[in-house]
Structures are given as structure tokens and as C-alpha cells.
Design a protein around this ligand. Structure first.
Ligand SMILES: Nc1nc2c(ncn2[C@@H]2O[C@H](COP(=O)(O)OP(=O)(O)OP(=O)(O)O)[C@@H](O)[C@H]2O)c(=O)[nH]1
Ligand SMILES: [Mg+2]
Length: 561
């Protein structure tokens, strides 16, 4: 059974600074997956990968040329010298390696050459770029071949042997359990080699060490069999096919166990990210509930007596002035809108005290004062402003959300006043259509005489429209005041007899429900902007489960070579 792992395709936001461990682990998991996929598909008697790793100028290319007996790889004083990987393998393996052609480790920049040397017949020798120069791509390639290698030949030179990056590579090899040979190249004296050995032993324990003495000049290849002897004997065991197979199997198991550990860590870190996301979302939802409740309660506020009087006077003026039975729809609509707007301004200004003791209240009140006070928009804008403030507080409340805070603010999530107005207007595109349906319903219940009377006037339509406009703009309380004190005297007796007031209240109730729902939806829409930005930062639960399933399948593969 061959296991074919996929690449982990999480497109996580690179700004998730609180999940750097996760971002690193995902890329490690992917490197390990690729290496595993490549190696698990090779025949059991395929040669072992022996990779020369080391800092720039240590002499990797020189040793590569010396082991292969050809000047395959450029040796130079330019730092770094080697860019792409140079691979030397037995002639029979060339096409297999070329066919592997993954864009991952063996790509266009890879040079594959062959050698018919007897002692290399089970070996793929790899000259890698450095891991410590300014060329970051070199580090990536070097890491890939670290993962892919069956044996590492770590090359240090006398000038660099105490180097930290090199120690990290050695430590990682030991933790992994890699076969490793350490070469001190360009060694000037035996004492220098002893110092090197001792310091490595103190820090990392016993390692297979080889000394290659410095030779004069700027060599490209070492001819001396005596100089190369320790290195040659380090790789001589792979002349035996059995030893080669054994190491490949062992190393593949180690690779798999590193992969399993990395997938486990990735899953744990993904869950941690999801927990962070969920906890932020839960808090934003709570903030939304609170803002919604607050908005609802403010929609129920009844106007003061003073405001009530204002309505009576203005609506009365309007009705007297235009004799509303014959005023065209649009004029009536805008006149009522103006009344509602004035009324809401007075009602609202009497409510602003509720902000006075709260943080940022001055800004909030100033912002609202600048608004035109049409309909319940001030309430809605105030609630949205409060929600925004609350979300900002939530995301600043703990270091755990600091990266979310940055990502959210860079997404410009707040609705503008213009957007809010448009959303609100869009929520009632068809009030007239709705009223027409009501009109039809009402008409169907009438006697012929009443129906004739109805067609003789605009009264009913005007009442419907005024009811709708006042309800949308100011709610049921405002409508009640208007109905009882101003409108009723203008309604003809025959209509009053038909219980028109109840019908108007009924219509208003439905419109008010719709209005409240629209306001709630717009507020919810603002919260959703935050929720969507944040929830997009973590993959969903199913993606994590899939990762775990893949990990478990991998563990259950018993025979991997
Ligand atoms: N004199 C002397 N020079 C050496 C010896 N080994 C390597 N060099 C020189 O050191 C320089 C670097 O050697 P390379 O083999 O190119 O080093 P590298 O590790 O492949 O370096 P990068 O490709 O940059 O990673 C070259 O100029 C070599 O000639 C040695 O034993 N003696
Ligand atoms: Mg080189």
C-alpha cells in the first residue's frame, strides 16, 4: 500500500503573529510530506541520498568533486558559490531522478550528473548550497535536502567551526536520528582538529569525525587518495546493497515519525488558532446582542409631552395646509418625513445623556449630532458606533487577540454613514407595494356603496401612506400620538365606522416589525463583517479533521518500503 499525502493547503494570513509556531509548523509539515512522498515511491534498492551540507566556503563543492573524481561542481571564491543543487548518481538512476521532477526539491535549477565509480554505485551524492549566506533560497534548498537525506556529510572549515547555525543543523540531525559524518575541512593542525572534536563532544556527544587537511592554493578537486581516505571509508559501507536498503528503510521510518510529530503539532496549533478565533467571535456576538438589546430599548422610548405637542402642531399644520386628501403621494411622503425627522431629533437629543458617563461618549454624541436625524438612523448609527467601540475593546483586551486587532483594522471594517443610510433605505424598497396589497385586502371587504365612496377620494391611500411613513420613521409610539391627536379628526365618519384605526394599527404593527428587523439586520451586518474577517483566519473544523485522518492513515501504513 502506497501512501500518497497531499500538500497541506492552508492559506493562512502571514500577519497572524500570535500563531507563528503554526505557520512554521505547516511549512515544516509540507516539507516532510514532500520528502516522504518522494522517498516512499522509490524502489527498495534505490541508492541512498548522501548530502553535503555546510556553510558557504566550507568546501562542500570541493569535496563533492573529490569524491566523484570530476569537476562537476563549481568551486570558487565567490560567496556563496553553489546556487542550485548538483546531484551525482549512478547512470541507471538519472532518469528516475529526472522523472521525479517535483518542483519541490529536484527542479530546473538542479543539475544531475552520473558517475560510474564503483564505490558510488549505491549512492546519490548531493552538493547543496550553503545554509548561512544572504541567499535565503539557498537555506530553503539546504533544508529540503536535510529532510531528504539518508546520510548527512556536514562540512565545517576551521574558520567557521564554532558557528551557531551549523550547531543547530547538527543538533537537529541528532534529534532526528540521522546518520551523520562531520568533516573538518581545511584543517591546519592536529591541535585545531582536537579542539574542534572536543567542543563538539562537549556540546553534542560522540560524532563520527573526519579531518581533511588544508592544502595549498585554491584547489577545485583533491586528487590525493590519502587525503580523501577518511571520507571514502565513511561512505564505504554503502557498497553493500543490504546496508543501503537497511539504512533507507530506517531513514524512511524516521522521516515518517518526524512527519507524524509535525502533523500532530500542526493539528494542535490549528486548534489553538481556532480556539482563539472562536473566543473572539463569541465575544463579538455578545457585544452584538448587547448593542441590539440597547437599540431595541431605545426604539421603544416614548416622546416627551413637549415633543408630542410639536408633532400635533406640525402634522396639524400639514393637514390643514394641504388638505391631505388631495396632496400628491410624493409631496405627502416628504412632508411626513420632515416631521418625523424633526421629532426624532428632539426625542433623540433628550436621550443623549445616556452616553455622558461613558468613554468616547463625546465623539459619539458629536458624530450623531452631525447626522441628519431622519427616522431611526441616529439610533442605528449610535448602536453601530457602540458595537465598533466594543469590538475594538474586545480585540485590545488581551495580547491573545493582538494580531486579530491589526488584521481587522487593516480591513477597514466599519460601515460609513452613507452605507448605513443605503442599507436602511434598501430595507424598505417596496412599502408602496405592501400598501397596495393592504389596500386591495381592505377594498375586498367593502360593500358596493363604500367601495364607490372609496374611489371618490384619496383618503384611504393617504392614511396608509402617512401611517407607513410615521411608523418607519418613528415607530409605533409616534404613530399612536399622531393617530389619536391629529389624524382621527380628518378621517371621514364612514371610514371610522369601518374600524379603520384598527386596520391602520395592524398595518403599522407589521411595518414596525419589519423596521425593527431591518435595523437588527444592519447591526448584525456590521458584526458579521468582523466575524467574517476573523473566522476566515482559521481553517474550519473539517479541514483539521481531514488533517488528522491523513495523519492516522499515514501511521497505519505498516509496510513503507
Ligand atoms: N587552500 C585550500 N582551499 C580550500 C580547501 N577546501 C576548499 N578550499 C577553497 O575554499 C573555497 C570554497 O570552497 P567551495 O568548495 O566552493 O565551498 P562550498 O562549501 O561549496 O561553498 P558554497 O558553494 O558557497 O556553499 C574555494 O576557493 C576552495 O578552493 C582546502 O583544503 N585548501
Ligand atoms: Mg559549493
Amino acid at each position: 500500500m502506497t501512501f500518497k499525502p497531499r500538500k497541506l493547503e492552508y492559506t493562512l494570513d502571514s500577519r497572524l503573529n500570535n500563531s507563528l509556531a503554526l505557520l512554521n509548523e505547516i511549512s515544516l509539515s509540507n516539507e516532510l510530506l514532500q520528502a516522504y512522498e518522494l522517498k516512499v515511491n522509490l524502489r527498495p534498492d534505490f541508492p541512498v541520498f548522501i548530502c553535503l551540507l555546510g556553510g558557504t566556503g566550507a568546501g562542500k563543492s570541493l569535496l563533492f568533486n573529490s569524491l566523484t573524481g570530476s569537476k562537476f561542481s563549481e568551486v570558487g571564491v565567490r560567496r556563496p558559490c553553489t546556487k542550485g543543487v548538483v546531484i551525482c548518481c549512478p547512470a541507471a538512476s538519472v532518469h528516475i531522478l529526472k522523472n521525479l521532477g517535483t518542483a519541490w526539491a529536484i527542479d530546473k535549477s538542479t543539475r544531475i550528473v552520473s558517475s560510474d565509480r564503483e564505490n558510488l554505485r549505491n549512492i546519490i551524492l548531493v552538493d547543496t548550497p550553503d545554509f548561512d549566506s544572504v541567499e535565503k533560497d539557498n537555506l530553503i534548498i539546504s533544508n529540503r535536502f536535510f529532510v531528504l537525506s539518508d546520510v548527512i556529510l556536514f562540512v565545517a572549515s576551521e574558520e567557521k567551526y564554532a558557528d551557531l547555525l551549523g550547531r543547530n543543523v547538527l543538533r537537529r540531525s541528532l534529534n532526528w536520528g540521522k546518520e551523520i559524518g562531520v568533516i573538518l575541512n581545511k584543517a591546519l593542525t592536529e591541535t585545531a582538529f582536537q579542539d574542534f572534536s572536543q567542543s563538539l563532544k562537549n556540546e553534542l556527544g560522540e560524532l563520527k569525525l573526519v579531518k581533511i587537511s588544508r592544502i595549498a592554493g585554491i584547489p577545485e578537486i583533491l586528487d590525493s587518495a590519502v587525503e580523501m581516505e577518511p571520507l571514502v571509508s565513511l561512505i564505504s559501507r554503502f557498497e553493500s546493497l543490504e546496508q543501503t536498503r537497511e539504512l533507507r528503510t530506517l531513514e524512511l521510518h524516521r522521516l515518517r515519525s518526524s512527519l507524524l510529530t509535525s502533523l500532530d503539532t500542526t493539528a494542535v496549533e490549528l486548534r489553538r488558532l481556532r480556539d482563539r478565533v472562536s473566543s473572539a467571535i463569541v465575544q463579538i456576538q455578545q457585544a452584538l446582542n448587547q448593542a441590539t438589546e440597547e437599540m431595541e430599548s431605545r426604539l421603544q422610548v416614548s416622546p416627551s409631552q413637549e415633543v408630542e405637542q410639536k408633532i400635533q402642531i406640525r402634522l396639524g399644520d400639514l393637514l390643514r395646509k394641504y388638505d391631505f386628501l388631495y396632496v400628491p403621494r410624493a409631496a405627502l411622503k416628504s412632508a411626513v418625513e420632515r416631521i418625523v425627522s424633526t421629532v426624532r431629533c428632539s426625542v433623540f437629543s433628550s436621550q443623549t445623556e445616556m452616553f455622558t458617563n461613558e468613554s468616547d461618549s463625546t465623539n459619539l454624541v458629536r458624530d450623531l449630532a452631525e447626522n441628519n436625524c431622519g427616522g431611526p438612523l441616529p439610533q442605528l448609527e449610535a448602536s453601530i458606533a457602540k458595537l465598533n467601540l466594543h469590538v475594538a475593546e474586545i480585540l485590545s483586551s488581551t495580547e491573545e487577540f493582538s494580531d486579530f486587532r491589526r488584521i481587522v483594522s487593516e480591513s477597514f471594517p466599519k460601515f460609513t454613514s452613507e452605507q448605513i443610510k443605503t442599507f436602511y433605505r434598501d430595507a424598505f424598497p417596496d412599502v408602496e407595494h405592501l400598501l397596495e396589497e393592504e389596500f386591495e385586502k381592505f377594498k375586498n371587504g367593502l360593500s358596493t356603496l363604500d367601495e364607490i365612496k372609496l374611489y371618490g377620494s384619496y383618503t384611504l391611500w393617504s392614511l396608509f401612506l402617512i401611517t407607513a411613513e410615521i411608523t418607519i420613521g418613528g415607530g409605533l409610539t409616534l404613530l399612536d400620538i399622531a393617530l389619536n391627536t391629529v389624524i382621527v379628526p380628518f378621517i371621514p365618519k364612514w371610514l371610522l365606522k369601518l374600524k379603520i384605526i384598527d386596520i391602520l394599527r395592524d398595518i403599522a404593527q407589521r411595518i414596525d416589525d419589519q423596521r425593527r428587523e431591518a435595523l437588527r439586520n444592519i447591526l448584525r451586518g456590521q458584526a458579521d463583517v468582523y466575524i467574517n474577517i476573523i473566522s476566515d483566519l482559521a481553517p474550519d473544523e473539517e479541514a483539521i479533521n481531514e488533517l488528522v485522518r491523513m495523519r492516522n492513515n499515514l501511521e497505519n501504513v505498516t509496510q513503507i518500503v
